[in-house]
Each structure stands twice: as C-alpha cells, then as structure tokens.
Design a protein around this ligand. Structure first.
Ligand SMILES: [Fe+2]
Length: 274
C-alpha cells in the first residue's frame, strides 16, 4: 500500500474536490459516441470550469476515461486536463484498460496512487473493472486493500472511489450492468464506520443517497447522459456535467452539480444501444 499525502493550502481547511467522470475519449479527436464528439464535450466542460473560477484542491476522475482502450485516448485526457493545474487521481471503468492506465499515467502527470490523505480525509481508489464487459465486480483483493488502507488510518473520514455505483438505479437495462457483487461490497462497507462516501461514475446521471452511515454519489458524464428510470436503453437530453464536493473536518460533505447550457452536445437520442 502506497499512500500519498497532499497538503491543504486554503485558510478554511476544508477540502475542495472536482469530480469528472465518463469522458469516453477516443484515439481520434473526431471520435463520436452516439453522435457526441467526446473530446469536444470534455474540453467544453474544462473550459466551463475555468470560466467559473472555482477553486479546488484535487480532481477525481471516476472511470471510463477512454471509449476505445487506446494509449492515445489517455494521452488526450492527460493533455487536456493539465490546463486545470491540479493533482488528478482516477479509477478505471468498464471502457478502460486499467493495467495500461496504471502503467502509463505517471508519465503524463496523472497520479496512480490508490490511497490519498488530505487533511483528515482518506481517499481509497478501487478497481471494479471486469475487462471488456459492462458490469462490475469487486475482487476480494480489492476489499482486502480497502481494509488495509482503512486500518492504517481508522480515525480519518474515508471516501471510497469506485467506477460502478453499487446501487440499483431502477433502470432495467442499466441495473443489469451494475456491480454484480454489490451486496458483498455494501455489507463490507457497512462494517467500516468511518466510510462517509462511496463516489462513483458509470450511470451517467446524478445520484445522491444515504444508506446507513454512508452516502453514495454518482455524477453526470462529461459526454452523454442516460435517462433516469428508463426501462430500456435511452439517452437523456441533459447536457454534459461535473460535480464539486467540499469535505469538512467534522465529516460533513457538501456537493453541487453543474452542467453545460441545455442543448450543448445533444446525442442521437433515437439509438437503441450503447
Ligand atoms: Fe461510462
């Protein structure tokens, strides 16, 4: 276990995080996902964040950075996100090549450590990817890694970052692609009292719910959005988005979601698959 510590430099001593997720970038800049040029929507989100003049201490990217598993897509991501001049941490998603990311991202300035301490918050980054299939699975070794991280700093507020939201979203097609052993995962989480948040991507929509002592949050994609509560595959016409989170020393979390203007990067809503 390799833990990295980041020093907070703001007066209030609360930690401010930007979450980006599900960028689905291609090797080619012109690559489209269901009609959306994902490199363009990603850059538009980054520019909107710059325009907001928001201040944040770190960036968490919760998977599906790539759509085609290519080195070039990861280079494109790292090059683009460097404009924010903020440390970046990630987890792999089902459209990613996790081993490749862990091998190359250090060279491009993206952190590959999976245990991060900032103030009295501890972030643990888990891998739920099952290579080349949409659903997720948490291996026992990942739970052991989480336990090892947790036991090293049990007094800290803990955030688990993992791509697959381990909750049903009541969307029949999307719920077949959930973390398939989510009950095992959630039961394990429930045994660790200082886990305040499970932060996810994958569902391409805004989710924020509390289960027991733990909050579960998922966020809009920087590319296409899935229609909430849809029986069969359906795209939402909402624009690409991003999330800010503020973590306070007493364990409280505040969060806000923002989107590009409505009508930006509208996908081909008539398509029947993903
Ligand atoms: Fe995705």
């Amino acid at each position: 276990m390799r833990t990295i510590t980041l020093q907070l430099n703001n007066q209030s001593q609360h930690l401010r995080v930007l979450q980006l997720t599900d960028c689905h970038l291609f090797a080619e800049e012109s690559g489209k996902l269901l009609g959306v040029r994902t490199a363009d929507s990603f850059k538009a989100v980054l520019q909107a964040i710059i325009n907001q003049q928001a201040v944040f201490d770190l960036i968490i990217v919760s998977g599906d950075i790539s759509q085609d598993y290519s080195v070039a897509s990861y280079q494109r991501f790292a090059h683009a996100i460097a404009v924010l001049k903020t440390p970046v941490f990630f987890v792999p998603g089902n459209h990613d090549d996790g081993p490749l990311m862990y091998r190359i991202f250090d060279q491009y300035g993206v952190h590959t450590e999976r245990s991060l301490i900032c103030g009295n918050w501890h972030f643990v980054f888990l891998n739920s990817e099952v290579y080349s299939v949409p659903h997720g699975w948490i291996e026992r070794s990942e739970l052991n890694f989480l336990k090892e991280c947790y036991d090293a700093y049990p007094e800290l507020n803990t955030v688990v970052v993992v791509h697959h939201l381990p909750r049903l979203v009541h969307s029949r097609w999307l719920d077949t692609q959930t973390m398939h052993n989510q009950d095992e995962f959630n039961n394990f989480i429930a045994t660790l009292p200082n886990i305040k948040l499970v932060l996810c991507g994958h569902v391409h929509q805004e989710i924020d719910e509390v289960v027991g002592r733990t909050r579960y949050i998922a966020s809009p994609s920087t590319s296409i959005q899935f229609e909430p509560l849809s029986h069969d595959f359906a795209l939402d016409s909402q624009a690409p988005g991003w999330r800010y989170l503020q973590f306070y020393p007493n364990g409280q979390i505040e969060t806000q979601v923002y989107r590009l203007p409505q009508g930006s990067f509208t996908p081909d809503v008539g398509v029947s698959g993903y």
